[in-house]
Design a protein. Structure first.
Length: 135
Protein backbone atom coordinates (compact mmCIF):
# COMPACT_ATOMS: atom_id res chain seq x y z
CA UNK A 1 0.00 0.00 0.00
CA UNK A 2 1.42 3.30 -1.00
CA UNK A 3 1.56 6.40 1.06
CA UNK A 4 -0.93 8.24 -1.20
CA UNK A 5 -3.54 5.56 -0.62
CA UNK A 6 -3.28 5.88 3.19
CA UNK A 7 -3.89 9.64 3.22
CA UNK A 8 -6.65 9.70 0.65
CA UNK A 9 -9.29 12.38 1.47
CA UNK A 10 -12.83 11.25 2.27
CA UNK A 11 -15.30 11.22 -0.58
CA UNK A 12 -17.97 13.88 -1.12
CA UNK A 13 -20.75 11.32 -0.55
CA UNK A 14 -19.66 10.59 3.02
CA UNK A 15 -19.55 14.33 3.84
CA UNK A 16 -23.11 14.76 2.59
CA UNK A 17 -24.24 11.97 4.88
CA UNK A 18 -22.62 13.64 7.89
CA UNK A 19 -24.24 16.99 7.09
CA UNK A 20 -27.63 15.28 6.73
CA UNK A 21 -27.31 13.56 10.12
CA UNK A 22 -26.24 16.85 11.77
CA UNK A 23 -29.20 18.69 10.21
CA UNK A 24 -31.65 16.02 11.42
CA UNK A 25 -30.23 16.16 14.97
CA UNK A 26 -30.54 19.97 14.94
CA UNK A 27 -34.18 19.77 13.76
CA UNK A 28 -35.03 17.23 16.46
CA UNK A 29 -33.47 19.44 19.16
CA UNK A 30 -35.39 22.51 17.89
CA UNK A 31 -38.63 20.51 17.82
CA UNK A 32 -38.15 19.38 21.42
CA UNK A 33 -37.47 22.95 22.53
CA UNK A 34 -40.63 24.14 20.74
CA UNK A 35 -42.76 21.45 22.36
CA UNK A 36 -41.35 22.38 25.77
CA UNK A 37 -42.15 26.05 25.29
CA UNK A 38 -45.72 25.35 24.15
CA UNK A 39 -46.31 23.01 27.10
CA UNK A 40 -44.95 25.56 29.57
CA UNK A 41 -47.15 28.28 28.06
CA UNK A 42 -50.27 26.12 28.31
CA UNK A 43 -49.46 25.29 31.94
CA UNK A 44 -48.99 28.98 32.72
CA UNK A 45 -52.33 29.79 31.08
CA UNK A 46 -54.13 27.16 33.18
CA UNK A 47 -52.54 28.49 36.36
CA UNK A 48 -53.59 32.04 35.52
CA UNK A 49 -57.17 30.92 34.88
CA UNK A 50 -57.31 29.07 38.22
CA UNK A 51 -55.97 32.09 40.08
CA UNK A 52 -58.59 34.26 38.41
CA UNK A 53 -61.39 31.86 39.43
CA UNK A 54 -60.04 31.79 42.98
CA UNK A 55 -60.10 35.58 43.21
CA UNK A 56 -63.63 35.73 41.80
CA UNK A 57 -64.81 33.18 44.38
CA UNK A 58 -63.11 35.15 47.17
CA UNK A 59 -64.76 38.41 46.13
CA UNK A 60 -68.12 36.64 45.91
CA UNK A 61 -67.63 35.44 49.52
CA UNK A 62 -66.91 38.99 50.61
CA UNK A 63 -69.94 40.35 48.75
CA UNK A 64 -72.17 37.68 50.29
CA UNK A 65 -71.07 38.61 53.82
CA UNK A 66 -71.77 42.26 53.03
CA UNK A 67 -75.23 41.42 51.69
CA UNK A 68 -76.10 39.34 54.76
CA UNK A 69 -74.77 42.02 57.13
CA UNK A 70 -76.92 44.61 55.34
CA UNK A 71 -79.99 42.39 55.83
CA UNK A 72 -79.22 42.14 59.55
CA UNK A 73 -78.67 45.89 59.88
CA UNK A 74 -81.91 46.71 58.00
CA UNK A 75 -83.79 43.81 59.68
CA UNK A 76 -85.26 42.89 56.29
CA UNK A 77 -85.14 39.81 54.07
CA UNK A 78 -83.87 41.60 50.96
CA UNK A 79 -83.22 38.48 48.84
CA UNK A 80 -86.56 36.84 49.59
CA UNK A 81 -85.22 33.50 50.87
CA UNK A 82 -87.37 33.66 54.02
CA UNK A 83 -84.56 34.34 56.51
CA UNK A 84 -83.01 37.64 57.55
CA UNK A 85 -79.21 37.44 57.47
CA UNK A 86 -78.88 34.57 55.03
CA UNK A 87 -78.47 34.78 51.29
CA UNK A 88 -80.09 32.16 49.06
CA UNK A 89 -80.85 29.78 51.91
CA UNK A 90 -83.14 27.64 49.74
CA UNK A 91 -80.69 24.84 48.75
CA UNK A 92 -81.07 25.67 45.05
CA UNK A 93 -77.88 26.54 43.17
CA UNK A 94 -79.92 28.16 40.41
CA UNK A 95 -81.21 30.89 42.73
CA UNK A 96 -77.83 31.76 44.26
CA UNK A 97 -76.94 35.38 43.53
CA UNK A 98 -74.61 35.81 40.58
CA UNK A 99 -71.74 38.23 41.21
CA UNK A 100 -69.89 38.60 37.94
CA UNK A 101 -69.48 34.92 37.04
CA UNK A 102 -69.36 33.71 40.67
CA UNK A 103 -72.23 32.46 42.82
CA UNK A 104 -72.58 32.94 46.56
CA UNK A 105 -74.59 31.57 49.47
CA UNK A 106 -74.59 32.71 53.09
CA UNK A 107 -75.91 30.64 56.01
CA UNK A 108 -76.74 32.22 59.35
CA UNK A 109 -76.31 30.49 62.68
CA UNK A 110 -77.09 31.84 66.14
CA UNK A 111 -75.57 30.71 69.41
CA UNK A 112 -76.54 32.78 72.43
CA UNK A 113 -75.77 36.40 71.60
CA UNK A 114 -73.40 35.43 68.75
CA UNK A 115 -74.50 35.31 65.12
CA UNK A 116 -72.24 33.45 62.70
CA UNK A 117 -72.41 34.07 58.96
CA UNK A 118 -70.83 31.39 56.77
CA UNK A 119 -70.36 32.56 53.19
CA UNK A 120 -69.41 30.22 50.31
CA UNK A 121 -68.43 31.56 46.89
CA UNK A 122 -68.01 29.47 43.73
CA UNK A 123 -66.44 30.47 40.42
CA UNK A 124 -65.56 27.79 37.87
CA UNK A 125 -63.80 25.01 39.76
CA UNK A 126 -62.76 27.28 42.66
CA UNK A 127 -64.64 27.43 45.96
CA UNK A 128 -63.84 29.77 48.83
CA UNK A 129 -65.54 30.25 52.17
CA UNK A 130 -65.36 32.59 55.14
CA UNK A 131 -67.00 32.86 58.52
CA UNK A 132 -67.94 36.09 60.30
CA UNK A 133 -69.04 36.13 63.92
CA UNK A 134 -71.11 39.08 65.10
CA UNK A 135 -71.44 39.71 68.84
Amino acid sequence: MSRSELYKPCGVASRRGTVLVAALVALIVLSLISVGLVTAGARDHDLTARRSETMRAFYAVEAGVNMATRELMNNADEDGDGTIGSISNDNSDASDPLIGIARVTVRKGTSGSNTTLTSVGRAGSATRSAMLTLR
